[in-house]
Design a protein around this ligand. Structure first.
Ligand code: ZN
Length: 133
């Protein structure tokens, strides 16, 4: 498998509006409209800096994995996403190599592209997302 680029960096925040006070007012980033992802009980929003996005993840429910992440570790970097050409192929390769994945097979992300997450256990502590080009 070949990683094309860092597609985005996921940042867990308690409140996207609150976070925009720093990211928009201080860093002058433009944060997109919030997108609801009901199956993960989060809302997300993006900003882009020369082709690399920041993905803000805000829990909408205490039961969300992002809420649990913030409870345990506080706000901050949640995952790094790399772009690959073929997520199905990458998933098969990872499985062959015994790498632990969060889901059994790829699913569609909020932007309608195939994604898969690799467990931090297999990556020296970083939740890695692979996203199809
Ligand atoms: Zn992501």
């Amino acid at each position: 498998m070949k990683l094309n680029k860092i597609e985005h960096i996921g940042i867990a925040v308690k409140d996207i509006k609150e976070a925009s006070r720093f990211y928009e007012d201080v860093l002058r980033c433009q944060i997109s409209e919030q997108i609801e992802v009901p199956e993960r009980k989060i809302k997300i929003a993006f900003t882009e800096i020369s082709g690399v996005k920041l993905e803000f993840l805000m829990p909408t429910d205490k039961g969300s994995v992002v809420a649990k992440f913030i409870e345990k570790r506080g706000e901050g970097i949640h995952h790094i996403c790399f772009e690959v050409d073929d997520v199905e192929k990458a998933t098969a390769e990872l499985k062959d190599m015994g790498v632990e994945l969060v889901d059994d097979s790829p699913r569609l992300g909020a932007e309608g592209k195939k994604i898969i997450f690799i467990k931090p256990k297999s990556t020296h502590g970083v939740l890695i997302e692979l996203k199809e080009r």
